[in-house]
Design a protein. Structure first.
Length: 281
């Protein structure tokens, strides 16, 4: 029996184009993946509200990971047995890793004044639209946060290190994303992916779908993707128009794409599927 395949992907600059936020170039591979019933787990810094909208556009029905690994979202009924650590919220089970948004914002309030910085809680939708280039509707969804506060850092590196030290002393962490410094619990996309992978393995074992494990493929382009890439069996580093490809050290097989964003995503996934899915004779 072949290992079951699980795909975990970042969004901005990876599955979505860095500038246009389009995933059109990745559609051929996405269609092949869907035909093989392979789960594509979105693993992103975006919020539950943002991903909910995007999943509709992608026709994606699988669990997903939000706010840089701070929370796992599992559609109700997706697994036969809901995870013990999950809480039911409307049509989703939520697993969080110990950080509450309102508590984070309360802690950050004096630091924002000291360092003269603003986060999503302080910026209007129009200001965030200017900073991100996202449509106004998407920006409003990005402000509906549950687990983390992104800061628009414009200070010196020295002050940034002082801020990070204060955050870590409060048992939180500061994680640099593509555009923002995310203040969140001490978790990451890799830890959350491993927790979700364990749930998939338990489900697939129960249904006699695998006895050889899971082949995990992760795709990302930014520093906050490194933990996810290192936790996978195959790490796909998506080439970016903004910086050099990530250096990912670990035991995983690593692929660096030639194409940018969703074009590279498409090329890499088609190559991997050809290697790991039995071809008809």
């Amino acid at each position: 029996m072949q290992p079951q395949i699980l795909v975990s992907t970042d969004l901005d600059g990876t599955l979505l184009d860095h500038y246009s936020y389009s995933f059109e170039a990745a559609l051929p591979a996405l269609q092949q993946i869907e035909a093989q019933s392979i789960p594509v787990v979105i693993n992103t810094s975006k919020t539950l509200s943002e991903v909910t909208l995007l999943r509709e556009q992608l026709n994606n029905r699988h669990p997903f990971i939000v706010e840089n690994g701070s929370g796992i979202v599992i559609p109700k009924g997706y697994f036969q047995v809901p995870p013990e650590s999950a809480t039911l919220d409307n049509d989703n089970y939520l697993i969080d890793f110990g950080a509450n948004y309102s508590e984070i914002c309360e802690f950050l309030a004096p630091l924002k004044q000291e360092f003269n910085i603003k986060g999503f809680a302080d910026l209007s939708a129009e200001e965030l639209q200017q900073a991100t280039g996202l449509p106004l509707e998407n920006v409003r969804l990005a402000k509906q946060r549950l687990f983390s506060e992104p800061l628009l850092w414009q200070g010196t590196d020295e002050d940034k290190q002082r801020l990070i030290a204060a955050v870590e002393a409060h048992n939180l962490q500061a994680l640099q994303g593509g555009r923002f410094l995310h203040i969140m619990a001490k978790t990451d996309k890799g830890q959350s992916l491993q927790a979700l992978k364990d749930l998939f393995f338990k489900e697939w074992q129960t249904n006699c779908l695998t006895d050889t494990g899971i082949l995990t493929i992760a795709l990302g382009d930014s520093g906050n993707d490194i933990a996810m890439l290192k936790s996978a069996d195959i790490a796909v580093v998506i080439r970016s128009p903004k910086h050099e490809p990530l250096a990912v050290q670990g035991r995983q097989q690593t692929i660096i794409t030639e194409g940018l964003g969703p074009e590279g995503w498409n090329q890499a996934m088609q190559q991997i599927l050809q290697q790991h899915i039995p071809q008809p004779t």
